[in-house]
Design a protein around this ligand. Structure first.
Ligand SMILES: [Fe+2]
Ligand SMILES: [Fe+2]
Length: 291
């Protein structure tokens, strides 16, 4: 590290350095999805697969968050007759509950959009339980086709979720890389031209708008969590491992349009981060260019 870098206060460097890593992941996801959308390998069948896999993540996160609400609200909610207002937990955080329920509604909406388009493509009702079983974020089905990287990422998610450092929250499941920091959503939001692309484009415009408030919005609280040089280097290491795992997972979701070498290059910084301004919007993007 040069003297000039060390003289920059941690409160400036921490959000910038984490923003740059998250931005590489966002730009990488956008490159993967855009390459796929423009490639002759794109078929109705491959579209059905990436949408089904995306539906798995969106719907599973909906149900996972609903469980958190159930745990927070009631002591004995295993059976419907056990739920009544006299089971409400003491000291429930009403503001948290309102924001969290709003987020659950958004994730369900993302999942529903994916399933609606999937059903249009296949012409059959989708089996939600089966989609979530195969493509959830924690224990996806290793025997499902094209699911190797999905399972590898799930293993990393499970490991990272056990980290106890307060700053780990910036990286784990609702952290900076939630939704891949919006890269794939952005690429999908640009689709238009025929009935299918118009549907995908408008659905993912909604996903992108919501998810800007999930992943990238964590940049605004970096200084709440990163207090020392060790915190920052720990967070960067964890973020990088997650980002490369995510890029491999996304690449697999779209039939591996990029080489594994290209994925490494993306995380090493061989990518123009200018596109991230369009992906994240101006306010979070400012951290990438801050000097
Ligand atoms: Fe989502
Ligand atoms: Fe989200």
């Amino acid at each position: 590290m040069t003297q000039a870098v060390l003289e920059t206060p941690l409160t400036e460097r921490a959000p910038r350095e984490l923003a740059i890593l998250a931005a590489r992941c966002a730009a990488g996801e956008a490159e993967i999805a855009t390459t796929y959308f423009n490639s002759p390998a794109r078929t109705l069948e491959s579209d059905a697969l990436w949408l089904e896999k995306q539906a798995g993540r969106e719907l599973e996160s909906t149900f996972t968050m609903l469980k958190e609400v159930m745990v927070a609200v009631g002591r004995n909610m295993g059976k419907d007759e056990q739920y009544w207002v006299n089971s409400i937990q003491d000291g429930i955080d009403r503001q948290w509950l309102e924001e969290f329920i709003f987020k659950i509604k958004q994730e369900l909406n993302h999942g529903n959009h994916c399933v609606d388009i999937l059903e249009r493509i296949t012409g059959e009702p989708a089996n939600i339980a089966e989609i979530v079983r195969k493509y959830n974020r924690w224990e996806p089905d290793p025997t499902a086709p094209n699911n190797k990287e999905w399972c590898a990422l799930a293993k990393l998610f499970r490991e990272q979720e056990t980290r106890t450092e307060p700053w780990a929250k910036l990286i784990t499941s609702e952290g900076l890389l939630e939704g891949g920091s919006c890269g794939m959503f952005y690429a999908a939001s640009l689709l238009k031209g025929d009935d299918l692309d118009d549907r995908i484009g408008s659905a993912f415009k909604i996903v992108l708008k919501d998810e800007r408030g999930h992943g990238p919005a964590n940049l605004f609280s970096v200084n709440k969590y990163i207090k020392t040089e060790e915190d920052l280097s720990g967070a960067k290491e964890m973020l990088r491992a997650r980002a490369i795992g995510r890029l491999r997972m996304r690449n697999e979701q779209f039939g591996n349009p990029l080489s594994s070498r290209r994925l490494e290059e993306l995380m090493d910084g061989d990518v123009d981060l200018g596109v991230v301004r369009a992906i994240w919007g101006d306010a979070p993007y400012r951290y990438v260019t801050m000097h």
